[in-house]
Design a protein around this ligand. Sequence first.
Ligand SMILES: *[C@@H]1O[C@H](CO)[C@@H](O)[C@H](O)[C@H]1NC(C)=O
Ligand SMILES: *[C@@H]1O[C@H](CO)[C@@H](O)[C@H](O)[C@H]1NC(C)=O
Ligand SMILES: *[C@@H]1O[C@H](CO)[C@@H](O)[C@H](O)[C@H]1NC(C)=O
Ligand SMILES: *[C@@H]1O[C@H](CO)[C@@H](O)[C@H](O)[C@H]1NC(C)=O
Ligand SMILES: *[C@@H]1O[C@H](CO)[C@@H](O)[C@H](O)[C@H]1NC(C)=O
Ligand SMILES: *[C@@H]1O[C@H](CO)[C@@H](O)[C@H](O)[C@H]1NC(C)=O
Ligand SMILES: *[C@@H]1O[C@H](CO)[C@@H](O)[C@H](O)[C@H]1NC(C)=O
Ligand SMILES: *[C@@H]1O[C@H](CO)[C@@H](O)[C@H](O)[C@H]1NC(C)=O
Length: 461
Amino acid sequence: MKLYNFSLWLFALMAGLASASVTDFESFKDTFNIQEHMGSLSIYHEPYLGGLSSRFPESCEIRQLHVLQRHGSRNPTAGDSVTNAGYLSQVQDRLLNGSLPINYTVPGNPFQFIKSWIPVIDTNNADKLSSSGRLELFEMGREILSRYSTLFDSDVYEINTAAQNRVVESATWYSYGMFGEEMKNKSNFIYVPEDESAGSATLSDFKACPVFNEKRIDHEKTKHIRSQWEKIFLAPIRTRLNPYFLNYSLTNDDVRSFFYLCAFEVALKDGSDFCSLFTSSEIINFEYDYDLKFSFHGGPASKWSSIVGGAYVNNLAESLRSVNNETNNQKTFFAFTHDTHIFAVEAALGFFPDITPETPLPATKNPYTYSAKTSSFVPFAGNLITELFQCQDQKYYVRHLVNQQVFPLTDCGYGPSHSSDGMCELSAYLNSPVRFNSTNNGTNIFNAACKAQPTNLTVHY
Ligand SMILES: *[C@@H]1O[C@H](CO)[C@@H](O)[C@H](O)[C@H]1NC(C)=O
Ligand SMILES: *[C@@H]1O[C@H](CO)[C@@H](O)[C@H](O)[C@H]1NC(C)=O
Ligand SMILES: *[C@@H]1O[C@H](CO)[C@@H](O)[C@H](O)[C@H]1NC(C)=O
Ligand SMILES: *[C@@H]1O[C@H](CO)[C@@H](O)[C@H](O)[C@H]1NC(C)=O
Ligand SMILES: *[C@@H]1O[C@H](CO)[C@@H](O)[C@H](O)[C@H]1NC(C)=O
Ligand SMILES: *[C@@H]1O[C@H](CO)[C@@H](O)[C@H](O)[C@H]1NC(C)=O
Ligand SMILES: *[C@@H]1O[C@H](CO)[C@@H](O)[C@H](O)[C@H]1NC(C)=O
Ligand SMILES: *[C@@H]1O[C@H](CO)[C@@H](O)[C@H](O)[C@H]1NC(C)=O
């Protein structure tokens, strides 16, 4: 990816910060939408990646479609740490029972809404999709069938899905979106276990990588980096919000929990008064906290990203190569998964060249202009689509879409337009040094580095 894409982001951000109430982050949009900057808890939206047209190129025919799709909006996960349903439901109680004591007499106290607030996080719903999550996936299935209708000429379609409930349910709604009631006959669901037994077929990244798990790789480092950043970005927010409480000093986790309440209330009821507690630049610093986490833990700042993402990439590459094989005419490939898996795959594909183990993101300042934004790449219902075209010159060309926007590939030449159209000729794409090890040997590398279990699943991604 070229630097000008980043500078666009920077320019837009600066323009936003210059005006009093930060309105114009993504310059192609009218307003700064907090809900699009909440890391992997962001609502689904199309990112700004340079603005290339996502239409099918003239004189090319679509030949294959590969979908790597995250589950939709969800409830908080089970557990008691600050992002989890257990913790957040206690914060709800504490706000209502006065153990987080709001001083309602402070003029303009932004917590006034608590007086009439009805909490929605319920530990009984932990881990589940939300109703908007169902809708997102249904709609996505509809859009996919409509855009790629010429590829849908089979009786039955393989739908690979990580075996966790919310992912399986997402795959189910997506299939309903594509096929309606007929989906019961048209979908062949392949459940990929979330544990080590999945081996290189995994759709749950490091969960199938015993070495990564047993050695707790990246764990301490990620924790350390995030605690450094937390000290810097949360202190001013605590100081700003403290006067709205009665002789009470907010903790970092209190402030974090307000942020998560904002995100999950949006996921569960489409809006939240907690979101208006924060300024746009505070939200962008939360976003950075997410990006540090995803980047250091098995992401582009870790040498393990291409290892954990490489197995999928190798499998994808085999499917792309098979377009020439007349005995093998599968045209649509579906896989349902998690944010961390998509992010690792994108790292293994070379999407984040500015972040490496040698040049990681800094822990002490938000540089704003980096590639690997979880908000842009893996919001709820986020997806990575790989399109394979055959064009007038008879050659095959690859294009990636990130949440339905063209990702500007720049490492493997030009597409049929002979300009930067985001496309690469198939063998140039597969042999680019950026992803060569993954496309050619990713499965072996995964198996060897992870000491992975042999898989008994036959999957086509
Ligand atoms: C308020 O709720 C919290 C969390 O459920 C609980 O720990 C605390 O004891 C409650 N305090 C009062 C005064 O009821
Ligand atoms: C609550 O707010 C009022 C109005 O600003 C202030 O006079 C009072 O001291 C505050 N109470 C506490 C305990 O901070
Ligand atoms: C599914 O297939 C069965 C057997 O061919 C048929 O009886 C049934 O009507 C089909 N159901 C739908 C929803 O198409
Ligand atoms: C505020 O809290 C501190 C420490 O908990 C306590 O010493 C002090 O008396 C409290 N002040 C008021 C006005 O309640
Ligand atoms: C073509 O596909 C078939 C069936 O999947 C496979 O057995 C065969 O090895 C493939 N041929 C080539 C040249 O890849
Ligand atoms: C690819 O693998 C080779 C041999 O294992 C290694 O020397 C090289 O550094 C790898 N390239 C990348 C970009 O990781
Ligand atoms: C593929 O990866 C394996 C495991 O790391 C390695 O032993 C092998 O040499 C690699 N093959 C090639 C052709 O680089
Ligand atoms: C694969 O292995 C798992 C246990 O590791 C087993 O539950 C499953 O039935 C096996 N699947 C196939 C297709 O053999």
